[in-house]
Design a protein around this ligand. Structure first.
Ligand code: GDP
Length: 232
């Protein structure tokens, strides 16, 4: 379990001290951790798979229908205001955008081609590119699939999940914009969506505006990127 520092100081966390005494729960213990995603920087835009960096190291892809809140989620966990562009204009992200954390670790921001306003030809192009990406990219460690909590599991999302399942790639679903719902409806959406998920999938509630679920997401990403737990 990780907590990590943001610029305003360390987050307070509850955690169980497993090694020395499984029964002792230390409350409000401060785990100091540097957010490893803050160093993310832009590398390139790829229109085709052959333009991607070499297929080695660890890559985590972030996917989501246009307007789902994907760019905001990337900006939130990298703690940067405008690394991924946020936009009210759907369909703007039409290429794979690569960010790097270090020489061996990358984030791939996948195009949100599912939105109706993206031209059909472009949609078909991206469908083919995405399918091949999932089938062939061996450095792909996991996919964060961002869904608006008010409109979960649309056709695009089901397709992404199916590709993850076919490639046996873990998929972590973010039900984002949770601040738009009250706690009850948000929880019941979580339970409902979770019920039908395949084994490769996990799910959580998230909000970029309120930073809800940020620690849980950082935990998952640290796990995939094989960052060690650096407690102070
Ligand atoms: P993308 O197209 O999936 O990259 O979506 P964006 O991140 O650009 O977000 C689309 C719109 O939703 C923007 O107006 C964001 O400000 C808004 N948005 C994104 N995340 C949240 C959130 O957690 N809460 C709220 N209230 N609005 C959000």
């Amino acid at each position: 379990m990780f907590a990590y520092n943001d610029r305003n100081g360390p987050l307070l966390s509850r955690f169980k001290l497993k090694r020395s005494s499984p029964k002792i729960t230390i409350e409000k213990t401060i785990l100091k951790r540097t957010n490893p995603f803050r160093v993310a920087s832009y590398v390139l835009n790829a229109h085709e798979l052959k333009q991607l960096p070499e297929d080695n190291g660890i890559e985590v892809a972030i996917a989501g229908r246009s307007n789902a809140g994907k760019s905001s989620a990337i900006n939130t966990f990298t703690d940067q205001k405008s690394l991924a562009r946020t936009s009210k204009t759907p369909g703007r992200t039409q290429q794979i955008v690569i960010f790097k954390l270090d020489e061996d670790r990358r984030i791939a921001d996948l195009p949100g081609y599912g939105y109706a306003k993206v031209p059909l030809k472009l949609k078909a192009h991206w469908r083919r590119v995405m399918e091949r990406y999932f089938q062939t990219r061996s450095c792909l460690r996991g996919v964060v699939l961002v869904m608006d909590i008010r409109h979960p599991m649309r056709e695009f999302d089901q397709q992404m999940l199916a590709w993850c399942e076919a490639a046996n790639t873990p998929c972590h679903i973010l039900l984002t914009k949770a601040d738009k719902l009250k706690r009850g409806p948000a929880q019941s959406t979580l339970l409902k969506v979770r019920r039908d998920l395949p084994d490769i999938a996990s799910i959580q509630i998230f909000s970029s505006s309120k930073k809800t679920g940020l620690e849980e997401l950082v935990d998952k990403l640290c796990d995939w990127y094989e960052y060690d737990d650096e407690t102070a």
